[in-house]
Write a protein that binds this ligand. Structure first.
Ligand code: 3HC
Ligand code: NAI
Length: 685
């Protein structure tokens, strides 16, 4: 069936797109739209046109799968121009999401009507590009520079109500009667003396032209979130062109910037991320008809750092939580922190007091394990100690109802070993949240040897409900993320002894785009985690730092010296401590280039990623990328560690590892899987 169909209703031509799943504007849709506008032009009975979509959404954008391939006629910018040039007014009837090219089509229409639940946005920047069908020129002409910058540069969509407030939507339709309301609206506007062409409007930008500071202010206010990305600056430049140039020249500028970005590495990487995010939610060997277990009540064991954060995810999603501690004081402290976190969110205006009260009312604190007996899911977040965990699972197995899921939040321990103490290993799974668990997006779902398909599928569905990005990992030390992190941490320590300074190591990684280096991270977390004054023997750099009360940011010094604003600066004392250790270990300190630091830190991670794939501990290379993007702040514009390796070439990684082989440690081995792929000229993705 044709993806675009037309039908007459009175003096209206109703144009319908039916291109599941999201009405992406592929070639057939574009050609169909052009044809429909021509049809309307040639039919004297037609007085106005309504463009609407079947299925779950209005056009959600250009067809991303066409990017990077030879362009197919008609181009989207031409289609939008054709719509705008139509002598007969065109109304966009919007439901679901009008995104990217979809919103650009709507901007080419003379009028827009939307249901209240609709969202409108130009998310191209998230794909490393900018709106390329006139969006950067038309949107500011309708809503002004300030709102246009916000939408185009952040890529975040806005709700229909807000769109109506700023003039982007002309009328809000009844939620359940879009078609009828769109027809009524189109009939109303037929008699208007003229129909607005967005490209000809100047009222909003004329006002903004008098305030050129808008652009600089926007850049300044958003500097942090835009760091390292190429597309946002291009978006700003394009919107500036809308203010400073005639429409045709502005469009040329937009095209120039679009063409450059779309063929660049950042856009390739960000497109990879888009599809990787969607792939991560798919589990290849689970039948589609696998049932999902309803989760209406959750138990959490341990009200410490993780237990509290984990609970908040469910409370915020409206799912009651029973939280268990060993002692009243710990329970009170844990619940107090949850409340304080919610109240801080409310103080920042991101939650109402009513929502805080609602979330807290769903929380039941208790000292008795018996209270989790009727939970559908119990998540253990007690100390990281195998004996303690076994004990806890043994108890849970005896108490918790049949059919419930028993999960552990362990960071490193063997989930199969934990499952083996229960009589229901098929119900046991790892749910590895990242700290702070109420904020970090990533959830590693650890699939035990015996974990059943319904349990796994339920965990995936639940992750979506609590707005986490879930990745399935197999049982191994540290799963995907921490297993790779360990490689980087080990090399960072060795590099110090060879002569690199902590601040050089950190700088190389932050310049690469990571939010923090290992020594900044250690100072933030506290160097004394797991350190004991009584047993400390000055055996490691870390021990010596703790002994000298350099225990991180909280004591004002660690690897760095901190000022009152917690800004770190290099420390001579630390340099001396490192030099002493180097001398003792027989390491000659040398100058180490930034490039070597980068290779030594990141290539072993890629190598570990290859081993994870080789052992089947991750389903696909892109899942590893998703872990690092969402759990460790890996810069999205490089696509994640595995995609980054693909881009620089796997042979480059192998060559680098071979070059540094003598320094990588006696146990270090290059993955055979990586070597084979490199030799064949293949990539991970
Ligand atoms: N092109 C091609 N495929 C797309 C697509 C697009 N624009 N948008 C979504 N899809 C695919 C997804 O890959 C997925 O495929 P799969 O089922 O095989 O995995 C399927 O459609 C469903 O997508 P989601 O799983 O994301 O469905 P949701 O219902 O959760 O979300 C959505 C729907 C909000 C529309 C979301 O898909 C989305 O944000 N899409 C991308 C929007 C976007 O970035 N548009 C701009 C494109 S660039 C552009 O328009 C350039 C122009 O300026 C010239
Ligand atoms: P924590 O020490 O802050 O909290 C543990 C809590 O469990 C304490 O409040 C303790 O009183 C309580 N507890 C201990 N035994 C108990 C029992 N038998 N019954 C009920 N409560 C008990 O520890 P944290 O950091 O929250 O870690 C918990 C788990 O989460 C560990 O397995 C850890 O490896 C894992 N994890 C920790 C992360 C982190 O960054 N802190 C990140 C991801 C996982």
């Amino acid at each position: 069936m044709a993806v675009i169909t037309t039908r007459k209703e009175g003096d209206l031509l109703i144009v319908t797109s039916d291109n599941p799943p999201v009405n992406a504007l592929g070639q057939a849709v574009r050609a169909g739209l052009t044809g429909a506008i021509e049809e309307a032009a040639q039919d004297d009975d037609v007085k106005a046109v309504v463009i609407r979509c079947e299925g779950r959404t209005f056009f959600a954008g250009a067809d991303i799968t066409e990017f990077g391939k030879p362009p197919l006629d008609p181009w989207l910018p031409e289609v939008v121009n054709t719509i705008e040039a139509s002598a007969k007014p065109v109304v966009a009837a919007i439901h679901g999401t009008a995104l990217g090219g979809g919103l650009e089509v709507a901007l080419g229409c003379h009028y827009r009507i939307a249901v209240p639940s609709a969202k409108l946005g130009l998310p191209e920047v998230k794909l490393g590009i900018l709106p390329g069908a006139g969006g950067t020129q038309r949107l500011p002409r309708i809503v002004g520079v300030s709102d246009a910058l916000q939408m185009i540069v952040t890529g975040d969509p806005i709700a229909a109500k807000k769109a109506a407030d700023i003039g982007l939507v002309d009328r809000l339709a009844d939620e359940n009667a879009l078609d009828a309301d769109a027809i009524a609206f189109a009939s109303d506007i037929i008699s208007n003396a003229s129909h607005p062409k967005t490209s000809e409007r100047t009222d909003k930008i004329a006002a903004d032209a008098k305030n050129p500071g808008l652009f600089e202010d926007f850049k300044k206010n958003n500097a942090k979130r835009l760091r390292g990305f190429e597309a946002p600056a291009a978006c700003i430049e394009a919107v500036r062109a809308a203010v400073e140039l005639p429409f045709e020249d502005g469009v040329k500028k937009e095209r120039e910037l679009f063409t450059k970005l779309v063929s660049g590495d950042q856009s390739k990487a960000l497109r990879h991320v888009f599809f990787a995010e969607r792939a991560a939610s798919k589990i290849d060997d689970i039948p589609a008809d696998t049932p999902v277990i309803p989760i209406n009540k959750v138990g959490v064991l341990g009200a410490g750092t993780m237990g509290g954060g984990i609970s908040m995810n469910f409370l915020s999603a409206g799912i009651p939580v029973t939280i268990v501690e060993r002692e009243e004081a710990a329970l009170e402290r844990g619940v107090g922190i949850i409340r304080k976190n919610y109240e801080r969110t409310a103080a920042r205006g991101r939650m109402t007091q009513k929502q805080v009260d609602k979330a807290m009312s769903l929380l039941t604190p208790t000292l008795s394990y018996d209270d989790v007996a009727d939970c559908d899911l119990v998540i253990e977040a007690v100390f990281e100690d195998m004996d303690v965990k076994k004990d806890v699972f043994n108890t849970l197995d005896a108490i918790v109802k049949d059919g419930a899921i028993l999960a552990t939040n362990t960071s490193y321990l063997n989930v199969d070993e934990i499952a083996a103490v229960t009589k229901r290993p098929e119900a046991v799974i790892g749910l590895h949240f990242f700290s702070p668990a109420n904020i970090m997006k990533l959830l590693e779902i650890v699939r035990g040897e015996k974990t059943s398909a319904p349990v796994l599928k339920t965990a995936m569905a639940l992750a979506k409900k609590i707005k986490k990005v879930a990745v399935v990992a197999g049982v191994c030390f540290g799963f995907i993320g921490n297993r790779m992190l360990r490689q980087r941490q080990d090399q960072a320590q060795v590099l110090l002894l060879e002569g690199a300074k902590p601040w050089d190591v950190d700088r190389v990684l932050t310049e690469f785009g990571l939010p923090m280096g290992p020594f900044q991270m250690a100072d933030l977390a506290g160097l004394d985690l797991g350190w004991n004054k009584e047993t400390s023997k000055s055996a490691t750099i870390r021990e010596v730092l703790c002994e000298r009360d350099r225990r991180g940011q909280k004591t004002g010094k660690g690897f760095y010296d901190y000022d009152e604003n917690r800004r770190g600066s290099p420390s001579k004392e630390v340099e001396d401590i490192i030099a002493e250790f180097a001398a003792k270990s027989g390491n000659e300190q040398r100058d180490i280039s930034d490039q070597e630091i980068l290779e030594r830190l990141l290539y072993p991670m890629v190598n570990e990623g290859a081993k994870i794939l080789e052992e089947g501990k991750a389903q696909r290379a892109s899942d590893i990328d998703i872990v690092w993007l969402n759990g460790y702040g890996w810069p999205a514009y490089t696509g994640g560690p595995m995609f980054w390796a693909d881009m620089i070439g796997l042979q480059t990684i192998v060559d680098g590892l071979e070059k540094h082989a003598d320094r990588l440690g006696a146990d270090f081995e290059i993955s055979k899987f990586l070597k084979d792929k490199a030799a064949k000229g293949e990539t991970f993705n």
